[in-house]
Design a protein around this ligand. Structure first.
Ligand SMILES: [Zn+2]
Length: 564
């Protein structure tokens, strides 16, 4: 069997040499890093305080695509991870959000939930199951496994379930994520991948690292007065952590934990701190070593998605010292990761990319104070007035089945029963919603099916629309508006930020390439995160997934600048 596999690999290598490729030997390891909610400007805004060996090393020795923007809405974590690794948009891979309304089940479902499997490694029995079953197309990681055979290993890690599961695709050896709802905060997996945790994961869990971090104090890495790229530490735009009177350093995690009731989960606190990223970095390094990734000629992949950046962004907002401090520490974590990769796999032997799943908009209360466009799209008010309008026109029934942040689902059975035309009612809803001051577009499912939009926000809506899962009417808000279910808090009192729109602050992300075969340089050409997978396909001489719509980034395959 071993001989047969080796023969297959040999055939694969010989075959690959017959094609035009960037390099004769594929890299030993692909490392994909996704930093949740990392806006492009964070690369440069904090750069005075970054070290030489983290983000700056990636930019200095690698290649930066400075105009990388998402080309669909909504810009959220699940859709972002799925798009990076499949090379296409939600219209094709089907991950239209972190959750969506399921018309058959008549409830909201999560992007990675799967009742046919269950969690392994949780400290308490957990009936929930997670897998990539909702992901409708193949990922580059699937293609690596298919092409390289069973000796190729794909391991994907994140604090978030979706950040681990979607990058690994359908054929990862394992995905691991952090069980924050149950102390001691194990890294867990799913029976989709394996029946029980491997020994090294159980051992890592037994070390009690999550709990140890909960005994620490988060203080600024540098003296506070050096954080002049951010707003003052004490400001009115940041959410308060439990037990805190002001959103300021230091954060004594043990004191915050003490405010929780005995049976109340508290490890979500860890997610909001830089220790969440460091915990994941340590777990990723352990995976690299224990799974012997990148140790032979058969390409492996290690997908690492850092989630604490998103948790801190939502809590404190992009103007905060807290978010800046988290990036300064992540920069150190990435420097360490690169050093370990150099050591364990070898300089130039691995291919790495770093990007983000989405950006973030300014905190709306901050924007108001700065005189920038901002507003609230209050969903319960919309729902109430829309219901009233539909009742006047079509009769007093509950026509709206679900009103999400950007999508309205109508009750198709009721509409059929009452003999109303569905396209007509969709249009009536869209016409009403367009009149609302917060709304810039309202597109119906019928319009999206029958027309082809080439540019602008309607094209982004179309790229994010998957008919079996999407609503009857899709809403796009004016720049600076955020959807909220909270009708009590005035805009000047809103704390922390959101993302999801098709505007620059949510769509513009870093895209850095580094390592095996990557020239040093930069490009300002407008590209998309969906180009990552076709580019990896070309680097690895692996077929691009059938569903991919992105393009290979050809700048990476041109002769190095300065050479003749
Ligand atoms: Zn988020």
């Amino acid at each position: 069997m071993k001989l047969y596999r080796n023969l297959l690999v040999l055939v694969a290598l010989v075959f690959s040499q017959g094609q035009v490729t960037a390099q004769a030997q594929p890299p030993k390891l692909v490392v994909g890093i996704v930093v949740d909610q990392m806006r492009y400007d964070f690369l440069h805004r904090y750069s005075d305080h970054y070290g030489d060996d983290g983000f700056k090393r990636l930019m200095r020795e690698g290649f930066s695509f400075d105009s990388t923007n998402y080309n669909y809405v909504p810009t959220v974590t699940a859709a972002g991870h799925a798009s990076i690794y499949t090379g296409t948009t939600p219209s094709r891979h089907g991950i239209i959000g972190n959750t969506w309304y399921d018309r058959n089940l008549r409830i909201s479902v999560s992007n990675v939930e799967d009742p046919t499997v269950h969690i392994i490694g949780s400290a308490v029995p957990n009936p929930n199951g997670f897998s990539p079953a909702h992901l409708l197309t193949k990922t580059i990681t699937d293609q690596i496994r298919t092409k390289m055979g069973p000796e190729s290993k794909i391991i994907s890690v994140s604090l978030k379930d979706r950040g681990a599961i979607l990058p690994g695709g359908h054929s990862a050896n394992a995905a691991y994520w952090h069980d924050y709802e149950t102390s001691p905060g194990n890294f867990v997996s799913s029976t989709f991948y394996q029946d029980s945790l491997p020994g090294w994961v159980a051992e890592f869990n037994s070390e009690g690292r999550s709990e140890a971090y909960m005994g620490q104090v988060w203080n600024t890495l540098l003296p506070l007065e050096e954080y002049d790229e951010s707003a003052p530490d004490d400001n009115g735009y940041e959410s308060l952590m439990r037990g805190k009177q002001a959103p300021v350093f230091p954060y004594d995690l043990a004191a915050i934990r003490d405010t929780y009731a005995p049976n109340e989960p508290y490890l979500n606190v860890l997610w909001v701190t830089p220790f969440g990223n460091t915990l994941l970095k340590d777990f990723a390094i352990r995976a690299l070593r224990e799974e012997h990734l990148g140790q032979d000629a058969i390409t492996d992949a290690l997908c690492i998605s850092f989630s604490s950046t998103d948790a801190a962004g939502h809590t404190f907002g992009p103007q905060s010292v807290e978010v800046q401090d988290m990036y300064l520490r992540l920069d150190r974590d990435i420097a360490e990761l690169l050093q370990v990769l150099d050591q364990e796999v070898g300089k130039g032997e691995y291919l790495l990319f770093l990007t983000s799943d989405h950006g973030a908009q300014p905190v709306v209360s901050y924007a108001v104070e700065q005189g920038l466009p901002a507003g609230l799209a209050v969903i319960p008010r919309f729902e109430h007035s829309l219901n009233f309008s539909l009742s006047l026109k079509y009769g007093a029934f509950n026509w709206i089945e679900s009103f999400g942040t950007n999508e309205i689902y109508l009750d198709h059975a009721l509409i059929a029963e009452k003999g109303v035309s569905l396209p007509e009612m969709q249009q009536a809803v869209a016409d009403f919603m367009k009149e609302q001051p917060a709304v810039s577009y309202a597109l119906t499912a019928t319009e999206l099916r029958e027309n082809k939009y080439d540019s602008g926000l309607p094209a982004m809506v179309q790229n994010g629309f998957y008919e079996d899962r999407s609503g009857d009417v899709i809403l796009v808000y004016e720049p600076g508006f955020v959807a909220t279910y909270d009708f009590r808090t005035p805009i000047t009192k809103v704390r922390g930020t959101q993302h999801g729109s098709g505007y620059e602050w949510d769509t513009h992300v870093p895209l850095l390439w580094f390592g095996a075969g990557v020239p040093s340089g930069a490009s300002a050409r407008r590209v998309h995160p969906t180009d990552v997978t076709p580019t990896l396909g070309r680097f690895l001489n692996v077929p691009i997934p059938e569903g991919a719509t992105g393009q290979p980034l050809l700048e990476l395959f041109e002769p190095a600048r300065g050479s003749n």
